[in-house]
Design a binder for this molecule. Structure first.
Ligand code: ADP
Ligand code: MG
Length: 237
């Protein structure tokens, strides 16, 4: 069955589109056939895709499509079984909307990027709550994970940074099924640069900064998959 993941945060600029392209590159490198769905009217993801084409940096094993409405999204999802993708990643809009509910409902895993800022942290909490509401309503078991992004070494001293963990613990204590990944995405120029049509991170020449970034994203994917497996085995037990 095709896996469906989504990046959700009602905060614009939280790091959703960046996260989606980084994950897509890593899964594609593993040989998975990845479909990215741009469900954000700002069309940043499909803009990146268009630039990749015009600069002849089209990644292998990745395709990108746009779903501008709830109905378009549901049609894309319905078509999936026929199209033999291994993984779909949906890039959500940065506002609460009816399409967001459809995105969450279509997913097995929702990931919220969290920058060390109070608005970003609150938006991740809101995403956890939206996932919980949909799980309650439909008896589903959609997993919600938070990943810290745009982290810097001095930034780790910020109050907002130190607030992320207790905030997620607070959500868990309140009964939300959510978790904080230990892998963090650092603030990296290469993450910004690839948005300019350079293809995926994994296509870049292996300079030291690219190597460090690749290691980080690989660790993130391994942690996501380990968390999913633990969840699935836990459910079966
Ligand atoms: N880890 C990161 N390092 C450096 N820049 C980042 C990182 N994550 C996001 N950005 C930059 O922050 C801005 C907003 O990120 P984006 O992924 O577009 O957020 P969203 O899709 O949630 O609106 C973009 O300019 C992007 O390049
Ligand atoms: Mg975006």
């Amino acid at each position: 069955m095709t896996k469906v993941y989504a990046a959700i945060s009602n905060k614009g600029g939280a790091g959703k589109t960046t996260l989606v392209t980084l994950l897509a590159g890593e899964y594609a490198l593993r040989g998975e056939r990845v479909l990215l769905i741009d469900a954000d009217g700002r069309l940043n993801l499909s803009g990146w895709w268009r630039l990749c084409h015009s600069k002849a940096n089209v990644p292998e094993n990745i395709d990108v499509t746009i779903a501008a409405s709830r109905r378009a999204l549901e049609m894309e999802i319905a078509r999936l079984q026929k199209n033999s993708f291994d993984l779909v990643i949906i890039d959500a809009p940065g506002v609460d909307s009816t399409i967001q509910e459809a995105i969450i409902g279509s997913s097995q895993l929702v990931i919220s990027p969290v920058q060390p800022g109070i608005k970003e942290i609150e938006a991740a909490g809101q995403a956890a709550a939206s996932v919980a509401e949909i799980n309650d309503r439909y008896g589903s078991q959609i997993l919600h994970l938070n990943v810290r992004t745009r982290i810097t070494v001095p930034g780790r001293n910020l109050e907002a940074y130190r607030y992320v963990r207790p905030f997620v613990v607070g959500l868990q204590q309140a009964g939300y099924q959510t978790a904080l990944l230990s892998t963090e995405l650092f603030e990296r120029n290469i993450y910004r640069a690839i948005q300019n049509g350079l293809g995926t991170l994994q296509m870049q020449e292996l300079s030291d900064p690219v190597r460090r970034a690749r290691r980080e994203v690989l660790t993130l994917v391994e942690e996501i998959e380990a968390t999913r497996r633990a969840k699935i085995t836990g459910d079966a037990a």
